[in-house]
Design a protein around this ligand. Structure first.
Ligand code: ADE
Length: 418
């Protein structure tokens, strides 16, 4: 079996952690039981480009349980958990091509390695797999029945492909499922971003001014949790509606250039580039900490920061100290890559349980329905989203009321008013 990982000797630790995560993934466990019986993916080759974490391991193992031949590479050069990669290879016979800290060239070699199996299904987190296929490996398209996409940034790229009429097969936007973004983007990113900042710096958030760039689902989650830890939170936005929402949620809202002067800690969660731009850095307080929790490492203009700095040195794992020509220091965490996966372990298993249940059921849906789908971006069918919500709530031991017949009729009628 071909693979490329850091060290196979890490496997025992990885396996313990994979099993630990599984305890918090009851929805995935239930779906896996069905997959074991029904083998819906028998003979199907799946190329997956996802963050190589304990949670992803559980997804890969369940797809394999359903009969799939799955090959996995990383969806970010800095997010791989090397012990998990080792365990997948050694304990589960799943080929993995991912090494934490790999350079861009290796990152794309790994993408190409998982594509060499000529997949029928692709699973992406950020759309690098689909993009590589469209730009460099068009020969693979004829075998592909469909794909899935995990994250907001990837869905934005796919919609741009569909608009340009270059998307070559149907892709399901996992991110847009309610049981994904309500929980993963908000509570997952909220907690794991804080976790990444704290693991990298051990800084106290209470009393700090924390600038949150972006007030989408991820920004909302992060701002809420930072406030809960005693930070004073400032939000920057480009969208009027989201800015009103942030203000009404009790946060100060202002442009980045003003926030730059006030913040102690800056976090970008926008999906856009150069959100903290060149002119902002000299305005920042001495010792400001900046990091990113969006998918790509382009939200902070590090090129300009480097240009206006007289020195850069690593002062701690995942912390680089930039000394500006004006003698101020700025600390950049995780090279501007997503801090929750670079310095911490990503979202907790309990939320990934729902995100990856959407992945698993969507792959099954593709296998059953691909002949009726166009070369377009699809939402996760509502019945699957609802079923995942039902299973999750059940697993949490929470019961809710049911609509009575009278209430159902009332909701379907329009005649009774005041
Ligand atoms: N994205 C964010 N957190 C993640 C995790 N724990 N596993 C896989 N993908 C993730």
């Amino acid at each position: 079996m071909k693979y490329d990982i850091k060290d196979i000797k890490f496997a025992p630790k990885g396996n313990k952690r994979i099993l630990w995560a599984e305890k918090e993934m009851p929805v995935l466990r239930q779906i896996k039981e069905n997959f074991l019986k029904e083998k819906p993916f028998k003979g199907k080759r799946i190329s997956a480009c996802l963050h190589v974490t304990t949670e992803t391991a559980n997804l890969a193992i369940m797809l394999q349980a359903g009969g799939a031949d799955i090959y996995l590479c990383a969806s970010n050069p800095l997010s791989t958990q090397d012990d998990v990669a080792a365990s997948l290879v050694k304990n589960y016979n799943i080929p993995v091509f991912a090494v934490k800290g790999e350079d861009n060239k290796t990152y794309y070699e790994h993408i190409n390695a998982v594509l060499d199996i000529k997949p029928q299904i692709t699973m992406d987190d950020g759309a690098d797999l689909v993009t590589t296929i469209l730009l460099k490996r068009k020969d693979l398209i004829k075998d592909i029945i469909g794909g899935t996409e995990e994250t907001t940034t990837g869905v934005v790229r796919l919609r741009a492909m569909a608009k340009d009429k270059v998307l070559a097969y149907p892709v399901i936007a996992i991110n847009d499922a309610l049981t994904k973004h309500f929980f993963d983007n908000r509570y997952g990113t909220g907690q794991s971003t804080i976790d990444g900042i704290i693991r990298a710096t051990n800084v106290l958030l209470a009393g700090k001014v924390v600038v949150t760039a972006g007030y989408g689902w991820c920004g909302r989650g992060f701002a809420m949790r930072a406030k809960g830890l005693g930070a004073h939170v400032i939000v920057t936005e480009v969208d009027h509606l989201k800015a009103i929402e942030a203000a009404m949620d009790g946060f100060e809202v202002m442009p980045m250039k003003e926030a730059a002067k006030k913040g102690n800690i800056f976090v970008t969660l926008t999906g856009n580039l150069n959100v903290i731009y060149g002119n902002c850095f000299p305005l920042m307080k001495n010792g400001a900490i900046i990091c990113n929790s969006g998918h790509f490492n382009n939200e902070i203009d590090l090129k300009t920061l480097k240009k206006i700095s007289k020195s850069v040195k690593n002062v701690r794992d995942f912390v680089d100290e930039y000394t500006l020509k004006n003698n101020k220091t700025i600390f950049v965490l995780g090279e501007g890559r997503l801090i929750n996966l670079a310095a911490a372990e990503g979202h907790p298993a309990s939320v990934m349980d729902m995100s990856f249940a959407n992945q698993a059921l969507s792959v099954q849906y593709l296998v059953k329905n691909y002949k009726n789908l166009e070369k377009n971006v699809y939402v996760v069918p509502e019945v699957l989203d609802n079923e995942i919500a039902r299973l999750k709530l059940n697993s949490m031991g929470i019961k809710i009321d049911n609509l009575t017949r009278e209430q159902k009729e009332y909701l379907n009628s329009w005649k009774s008013g005041t």
